[in-house]
Design a protein around this ligand. Sequence first.
Ligand code: PLP
Length: 181
Amino acid sequence: MGKYIDKEAFKVKVSSWVRIADNMLPPRTKATAGYLNSALASFEATKNGYDEAVLLNRNGFVCEGPGENIFLYKKGKLMTPPASDDILEGITRDLVMKLAEEELGIQCVEKSIARTELYNADEVFFSGTAMEVAPVVEVDDIKVADGKPGKVCLELKKLFADLTHGRNPKYMDALRPVYEK
Ligand SMILES: Cc1ncc(COP(=O)(O)O)c(C=O)c1O
């Protein structure tokens, strides 16, 4: 597929729509009905001039994008919301955590993230099959660090691209050929 959203760096807005909770309609499933919640958030963000939304969960913690997981990097620590914060446990999220640990020596902590942690992060980025690994450079009109894509994000973006294009023999198991070998 082509680019999911044709941007190199993303300016996002925390949505006024709240992410569906696990005891309403399990967000961990890619159920068509759940995407109405995502669509409302995306529509609100793009209509207001942002590239994408970030949804909080019902407890006010950072959850994810409408179709992508979210990571923060702060003072040498990588973090992402846990499954119990009503996220979809994306396969790209898993790979990003694995690549960070194995290739960059950075262990990712799964922890609840408050909204204002987004404003203070050194880096924020999305992960997802469609989005791949994509830097977030502004949240609610506030620049993330210097407002440029972060180093860790760009390293992970390259590692992920090499992996998905079969350029890294170490991770061939992560690929499923859809053509005859
Ligand atoms: C709500 C939501 N979160 C996260 C993701 C990322 O998941 P994956 O990495 O499996 O594509 C998706 C992908 O469709 C999604 O819809």
